[in-house]
Write a protein that binds this ligand. Structure first.
Ligand SMILES: [Zn+2]
Length: 232
């Protein structure tokens, strides 16, 4: 190769490197280098306070959009949200997952294997759920639960419970029962925990006592405990 041509190539390579450096460090007038900006603060700097405030605003907006029958101040909000999801058929029972194309190999109930798992079956009709509901009925000394369909859950009305406070307590217990049936179904499915209806009912009762403060002595709650002063 010609010597001068080699010099030319070296010079060309050097100029190319210089040009690359120049372009990479070039910032057009009026612009700054790229950086992250937190839009929830005027100064663009992230703060936990602004994030917490934004989450609170979103939660408040979500509460406003909820059906009023889904609100229940007697029990934790997570249970109200669970009931809202159930009323919209948004719980991931096997038939719903199957509809969304998730291959589970079977849509049968993972608890009893006695039927396909719909929300109605899981919360109301499953053998374990029925046993739990019957214990709740006995606890409340009711002839009929009047919780025959998923659509009965949100209102949970029972004409035998005429006092408004009693009706509110009953509604709360129905919701807590649904929540515990679903929660225990999940621990059975995902952790293979055995399902023990008397134990689940006991948990429903103790949590109901805790949240509703019905009893002066919550420790007295047991599977055979009954609401005091005419409840049920
Ligand atoms: Zn079942």
């Amino acid at each position: 190769m010609d010597r001068w041509f080699c010099y030319f190539l070296l010079e060309l390579n050097s100029e190319l490197a210089s040009l690359t450096d120049l372009i990479s460090s070039f910032v057009p007038p009026g612009l700054t280098t790229d950086k992250w900006i937190w839009k929830m603060e005027n100064n663009g700097v992230y703060s936990t306070k602004s994030l917490t405030s934004a989450i609170d605003n979103l939660a408040a907006a979500a509460r406003v959009s909820l059906n009023p029958t889904i609100l229940n101040n007697l029990i934790p909000q997570k249970i109200g949200i669970f009931i809202w999801r159930a009323s919209k058929n948004k719980l991931p029972v096997h038939t719903e997952l199957d509809k969304r194309g998730i291959d589970l190999h079977s849509t049968r109930c993972p608890v009893c294997d006695g039927d396909i798992e719909t929300l109605q079956h899981s919360i109301i009709s499953c053998k374990i759920a029925k046993e739990i509901w019957d214990s709740i009925r006995i606890w409340w000394k009711l002839d009929h639960l009047l919780i025959d369909n998923v659509s009965d859950i949100a209102k949970a009305s029972n004409p035998h419970l005429k006092h408004p406070l009693l009706a509110s307590f009953w509604k709360a217990v129905v919701w807590v029962t649904c929540y515990f049936i679903w929660k225990n179904r999940n621990t059975h499915v995902f952790r293979n925990n055995p399902l023990c209806p008397p134990k689940i009912v006991s948990n429903i009762q103790s949590k109901s006592f805790e949240w509703l403060s019905w009893f002066t002595d919550p420790i007295s709650s047991s599977f055979s405990a009954k609401p005091k002063d005419g409840i049920g």
